[in-house]
Design a binder for this molecule. Structure first.
Ligand code: NCD
Length: 308
């Protein structure tokens, strides 16, 4: 049987995605049912770029399923530092583990690895391209906060050019009826043309604006804040000019819709002031918790393990 990988959120149909989110919901409600289901299985976390949530939540996910974890957390602690290709690395890792999650600064690296892999490969973030498991996390969060994934008005704010979580989330939610987007960014950090063309092709209503104010936030169900992706900038001066472009603070929250949930994939730098953390509409820390359930469900789905 063909091995199934996850490179983009569109690798799953809407039905498959719903099924996975349902499974994540069941895991959240009945963790004990799943606590030994991956006994004897291993996940390899192959991280060529820094990570806190994604790597640790993959590892926690496998441990919660009764499995084990191996891997590396930086390029210099692996043979990549000696010049080994991702294709060779994954061939080797296929002998040691049953599934792998790979984060890499180069767009497409996990895809290249998947072509030579003997085990399922999960894209845990490839450069400024895609981040499908953050999207599963975001969708699980949105569904649990709002009770639906359709008929939502979603504002995405910050670095929409390099922010891979934004690209994956837009592509995924564009498949749901009645979804519209307000894209809030400096001119230089607008979504890449492939993302914009995808929305145009599907007739998804969206507007691109620069200011984050009462007007742009009006009617939003979700405001998805993002960090300016320093590591993807060609020069530091541009980053410095952009980095504090948006700061969501208490004054802004005062004029935001009363039922607007604020999400952020984290890490945050300055774009959400800490004074917002106590606002009941601030949901980003809860969102991080959903990442474990989403990844547990994903591991089971790709490994084709069913609970009896
Ligand atoms: C995001 C990422 O790595 O793209 N972080 C995460 O996985 N939660 C967002 C970011 O780094 O800004």
């Amino acid at each position: 049987m063909a091995i199934r990988h996850l490179m983009s959120p569109l690798d799953f149909t809407v039905e498959e995605t719903e099924k996975l989110l349902d499974l994540a919901g069941d895991i959240e409600r009945h963790p004990e049912k799943y606590s030994r289901i991956c006994e004897g299985k291993r996940i390899a976390t192959l991280f060529y770029e820094p990570s806190t949530r994604t790597r640790l939540s993959f590892e926690a996910a496998m441990m919660n399923l009764g499995g084990k974890v191996l891997g590396f957390h930086s390029e210099d602690s692996s043979s990549a530092a000696k010049g080994e290709s991702v294709s060779d690395t994954i061939r080797i890792v296929s002998c040691y583990a049953d599934i792998a999650a790979m984060r890499h600064p180069k767009e497409g690296a996990p895809l290249v690895a998947s072509l030579k892999s003997g085990i399922p490969v999960i894209n845990a973030g490839d450069g400024g391209h895609q981040h499908p498991t953050q999207t599963l996390t975001d969708m699980l969060t949105i569904r649990s906060l709002k009770g639906r994934l359709d008929h939502l008005k979603i504002g995405l704010c910050g670095d929409l050019k390099f922010g891979r979580t934004v690209h994956s989330l837009i592509e995924s939610l564009s498949r749901y009826e009645g979804v519209s987007f307000v894209l809030i960014s400096p001119e230089e950090l607008r979504v890449p043309s492939y993302v914009r063309n995808g929305m145009l092709a599907k007739n998804i209503p969206f507007e691109e604006v620069v200011k984050l104010d009462e007007d742009t936030m009006s009617g939003l169900d979700i405001l998805y804040m993002t960090r300016v992706q320093r590591e993807r900038f060609f020069n530091e001066a541009d980053y410095v000019r952009m980095k504090d472009f948006y700061i969501l603070d208490r004054d802004k929250m005062d004029v935001a819709p009363k039922d607007m949930c604020v999400l952020h994939p984290l890490p945050r730098v300055n774009e959400i002031s800490v004074e917002v953390d106590d606002d009941p509409r601030a949901c980003y820390f809860r969102q991080a918790k959903y990442g474990v359930y989403a990844r547990m469900a994903l591991i089971l789905t790709l490994m084709e393990i069913e609970v009896k």
